[in-house]
Design a protein around this ligand. Structure first.
Ligand code: ADE
Length: 241
């Protein structure tokens, strides 16, 4: 439900105009704060509602916002709906972490999500028996890939899965997905791509591999921080260069 766009939306404390048309969208609100205070100038925090921090500033002369999405598709969908419908956002780039499903993808590598399969009921409710295929914006994807290659980053492009349970009860299902070419799992992208399509906007998910579902390896906190920096820099270059 959209509130009148003369005031704040339901879950964001911003007035219309306080959020840029281009938004970086990490799951963790403290990561949103870190990206905004590390990379943006003239930063202001426009929302602290429920601790889901959002900031606007400038990067290379471009106005950019960074908004926490929370974990999982229902949480992300609340913020994505309001950003797209209430604040007129046109570009959303999720920056997050994922679990690798294949040994071809290593810890700390980057994954650009071309499509996102899901076990979430959100699109089943939306499309009934039809299996919609949520997909990234091609031009954002191509630009992020070209920039990643130019920076010699270890990057993979392909399908991912957005699952509802981090602690999966059916790990065999993840391995089945891997047999069908799915590179990694996270918990948000299917609904992000679906909502961007609904509102005629662009979306891309950039992920760093934080853990390996097959080998059981996991990165340290410090490694995750470094991965976040490379990913945030790639996302900012993708939306501004
Ligand atoms: N995000 C990061 N690692 C994940 C995993 N193993 N499963 C789901 N989401 C994740």
């Amino acid at each position: 439900m959209a509130t009148p766009s003369t005031g704040p939306s339901f879950h964001l404390g911003a007035m219309p105009g306080q959020i840029a048309d281009t938004v970086l969208f990490p799951g963790d609100p403290l990561r949103a704060e870190w990206i905004a205070t590390t990379y943006l100038s003239d930063v202001s925090c426009y929302s602290k509602v429920r601790g889901m921090l959002g900031f606007t500033g400038t990067y290379n002369g471009r106005r950019i916002s960074v908004q926490g999405s929370g974990m999982g598709q229902p949480s992300l969908a609340i913020y994505a709906n309001e950003l797209l419908s209430h604040y007129g956002v046109r570009t959303l780039v999720r920056v997050g972490s994922c679990g690798a499903l294949t040994t071809a993808v290593g810890l700390r590598d980057l994954v650009l999500a071309m499509t996102a399969s899901t076990d979430s009921a959100m699109n089943r409710v939306r499309f009934e028996s039809f299996d919609y295929a949520p997909a990234a914006d091609f031009f954002l994807l191509r630009k992020a890939y070209d920039l990643a290659v130019a920076r010699s980053l270890p990057v993979h492009v392909g399908p991912i899965a957005a699952i509802d349970s981090f602690y999966s009860e059916v790990p065999a299902q993840l391995l089945r997905l891997a047999e069908y070419g799915v590179l990694a799992v996270e918990m948000e992208t299917a609904v992000l791509y679906t909502l961007a399509a609904k509102f005629g906007a662009r979306a891309l998910t950039i992920l760093t591999v934080g853990d390996h579902v097959v080998t059981g390896e996991a990165t340290t906190g410090e490694e995750r921080e470094r991965g976040m920096a490379a990913m945030a820099e790639l996302a900012l270059a993708t939306v501004t260069d």
